[in-house]
Design a protein around this ligand. Structure first.
Ligand SMILES: [Zn+2]
Length: 329
């Protein structure tokens, strides 16, 4: 059973982009892949719409889960994505449910226009959840996700669906040049629960984007993909990897040049290794000189928050990645 957690790093508000993404000239246009299917979302009541779609706030102490202490999982009311585990819940006294941690990659932070608060939304369907506050000292994690009860649906631990959800999660890590482009295709792929950009394969602990951009850390820009094995599988994702970048380019991808933009599969177990090698050799049989390195995953260092979901937040499509069918089935 894998339950992923991590403490949110401090959101960096002021930043400058120094590499890919800045160069928007001569980017090839390609058809965007399917967005999450909103026809599958739950029908919302007017009160739910007010909070989830119009970013309203329910009145304090009125929500169903303020005093809920049962063990289980809190899911998105609209799309059913698991968001918070009950062991992250604590009493803040504020009148809204509070969580000091989230299920990895499930919640996305967006600074409010007023610059004072940070909104949190479901990373999958972008439904409004509430706000996140840091440094208040409530718990050791120093983070309070203040969430409207009405944005959530609680599933007790013993429910069958929760067992299926947790047991059927698996992880894959791919590097294919600028991680914004890599993430774009995986976050829109069927069966993918969450994606996280980061750095892997180098020798520097806690690398920053600036350090990785020098090409001297040994790290590759990469994306960690958490997926539901009842809806997709590693082979499907690995094919998507080979088909959404040019695996014949060495230490570059399109306009991005450097060791950090190399093509690589970072496998987490032997069966992933076998699948990746099989697909690589299939492409080689077709005459492609595949440069993709297939190596055992080392520590995945999460990238700075401002890189997350770059294209879905900013709009547009990647200039450095596109879809090319390379496999027969
Ligand atoms: Zn959702």
């Amino acid at each position: 059973m894998k339950v992923f957690k991590f403490v949110l790093s401090v959101f960096i508000i002021s930043f400058t982009f120094v590499s890919c993404g800045q160069n928007n000239s001569n980017k090839p246009q390609q058809k965007a892949m399917e967005k999450p299917d909103s026809t599958q979302w739950n029908k919302l009541t007017e009160a739910e719409k007010y909070v989830i779609e119009s970013k309203g706030t329910e009145r304090a102490f009125t929500g169903a889960y303020v005093d809920n202490h049962e063990q289980g999982v809190y899911k998105c009311k609209r799309c059913n994505a698991p968001l918070f585990n009950s062991d992250a819940k604590f009493d803040s006294g504020s009148g809204w449910p509070a969580f000091d941690d989230m299920i990895e990659g499930a919640v996305q932070e967006i600074p409010d226009a007023d610059g004072f608060r940070t909104e949190i939304v479901c990373a999958n369907c972008k439904g409004h959840l509430g706000h996140v506050f840091k440094g208040e000292g409530f718990t050791s994690k120093n983070t309070r996700h203040c969430v409207n009860s009405i944005s959530l649906q609680f599933e007790p631990m013993d429910s069958v669906s929760e067992k299926i959800n947790v047991e059927h999660l698996d992880t894959a890590i791919f590097a294919s040049g600028c991680f914004w482009g890599t993430e774009y295709f995986f976050e829109n792929a069927e069966g993918v629960i969450s994606t996280q950009v980061g750095y892997i394969g180098g020798h520097k602990d806690n690398p920053t984007y600036k350090e990785v951009c020098t090409g001297k850390t040994g790290h590759a820009e990469a994306v960690r993909v958490v997926y539901d094995t009842t809806k997709t599988d590693y082979k499907t994702l690995c094919k998507l990897f080979f088909e959404t970048h040019d695996p014949t380019q060495i230490n570059r991808q399109g306009p991005d040049i450097g060791h950090q933009y190399r093509t690589g599969v970072f496998y987490l177990n032997d069966s992933q290794k076998e699948v990746a090698e099989e697909l690589k050799s299939l492409l080689e049989q077709k005459g492609l000189k595949v440069a993709t390195e297939i190596t055992k995953a080392t520590t995945f260092w999460e990238g700075e928050d401002y890189h997350e979901h770059y294209y879905s937040n900013k709009g547009g499509t990647p200039y450095c990645h596109g879809y090319t069918k390379r496999f027969d089935d």
